[in-house]
Ligand binder design. Structure first.
Ligand code: LLP
Length: 384
């Protein structure tokens, strides 16, 4: 599966993207969403904004979910039509709002009344109109990691249910605003469909409550959040898109003319990316053995930041029957720079290559130059 011979001559660490798997994933997402003519999928660029991957995603006809002016520019450069861009974020700057209006993006996902007024003012000075969906905080528990939960009333995101009615009245009064819909995003790495069912129930109630004030909305954006299998990524490279889309189909009770938008990031890009790293040292501690890699938390911050565990495989000698218990760590001067604790792993020595899987989403896009380390480059399977 991995061209290990070719990896030997490359500088490590690097991100390796399996383009055939990305194509399979995109084929699956397109085939499953097309079963429902009013479904539209936007790729959440924050998961990975690599220009080459973005262009490939754009070629499958997906729109983009952006959270900054930089992401809007990246989406347009990749060939995603501006009309298919949705733009969320609690802190859109004036410059970013102007950029979005200039490019006539599809929809602003507006997170507060204050932001609505600023968009209206800027649109008036530019002689533009802004299509707007209110991001509603539905107070639904995503049952995921607290740091990637966004739809609870204690989170900073969206407009609370209590303020929604006032926001709608205000949007109808502002002359440069076209209110087209509502937006929801409750969190990320959601593994259980019952969470999305609860979201659907909440959406049904909210749309019903608002119908006297707004009439029929044009669109409902249900956000992203579909999880992937971090434990068995090689056995389960494709998320169950069929079940995911069907869950919305069977639980949303909305008029048929309403367009349904999805913002999928992780589920599209996660499993095709692997962080390839070389073993610098195997160190005998007093009670432990450490595999010290040349990849660290600056390259992949998820383990340090969320306690996330990524499956790791030995690429050089995966079948070695001799196994040891290791902690697998990075070289950064932080105790949290740890990829695995007490891992049963094939016998390892200096120079061996390891793959840290499920690194395509929120890996490269969250990397930093901490400790003055260069950013790990991307290598694409089709180029090797
Ligand atoms: N839409 C909105 C408004 C979002 O905030 C997000 C992710 C998405 C869509 C895409 O969600 P996805 O389908 O990828 O779950 N860095 C964290 C994840 C942060 C997610 C932020 N928002 C991690 O590494 O787990």
């Amino acid at each position: 599966m991995f061209p290990v011979d070719k990896f030997q001559s490359l500088h490590t660490p690097f991100y390796y993207y399996d383009i055939a798997l990305l194509r399979n994933t995109l084929n699956a997402v397109v085939a499953e969403s097309r079963k429902y003519p009013n479904y539209h999928v936007h790729y959440a660029i924050k998961a990975n904004h690599d220009p080459r991957l973005l262009s490939l995603i754009a070629s499958y006809g997906l729109g983009a979910d952006c959270v900054s002016g930089g992401e809007i520019i990246a989406a347009i450069h990749a060939g995603i039509p501006a009309s298919k861009i949705v733009y969320a974020g609690v802190g859109k700057s004036d410059r970013e709002i102007a950029l979005a209006l200039e490019n006539e993006i599809g929809c602003f996902n507006v997170e507060s009344l204050a932001e609505l007024h600023v968009i209206n003012e800027i649109a008036l000075t530019m002689n533009k109109r802004a299509c707007v969906a209110f991001r509603v905080n539905p107070d639904v528990d995503a049952h995921t990691h607290e740091k990637i939960t966004t739809g609870l009333s204690e989170n900073k995101f969206g407009i609370s249910l209590a303020h929604l009615s006032k926001a709608v009245t205000e949007a109808q009064r502002l002359s440069a605003i076209d209110l087209v819909g509502l937006h929801f995003h409750i969190g990320s790495q959601i593994e259980h469909m019952h969470v999305f069912q609860t979201l659907c129930d909440r959406i049904n109630t909210i749309v019903d409550q608002l119908k006297d004030e707004v009439g029929v909305l044009k669109s409902i954006n249900v956000g992203g959040g579909l999880g992937v299998d971090y434990r068995h990524p090689l056995e389960h490279p494709l998320p169950d898109f069929a079940n995911y889309f069907h869950t919305f189909y069977s639980n949303l009770r909305l008029p048929q003319e309403i367009e349904i938008h999805f913002e999928l990031g992780r589920s599209i890009i996660c499993q095709c990316g692997h962080l390839i790293s070389r073993v610098l040292y195997v160190k005998e501690g007093e009670a432990k053995k450490f595999i010290i890699l040349d990849a660290g938390m600056n390259d992949l911050i998820r383990p340090a930041m969320y306690g996330a565990r990524h499956h790791i495989t030995h690429l050089t000698a995966p079948d070695n029957p001799k196994r040891e218990i290791y902690d697998i760590v990075g070289p950064i001067c932080e105790s949290s720079d740890i990829f695995a604790i007490a891992e049963q792993f094939p016998f390892t020595k200096r120079g061996d290559l390891l793959a840290i899987h499920s690194a395509g989403a929120y890996g490269q896009s969250m990397a930093s130059g901490y400790n003055s380390r260069p950013l790990a480059p991307a290598i694409y399977s089709e180029e090797l």
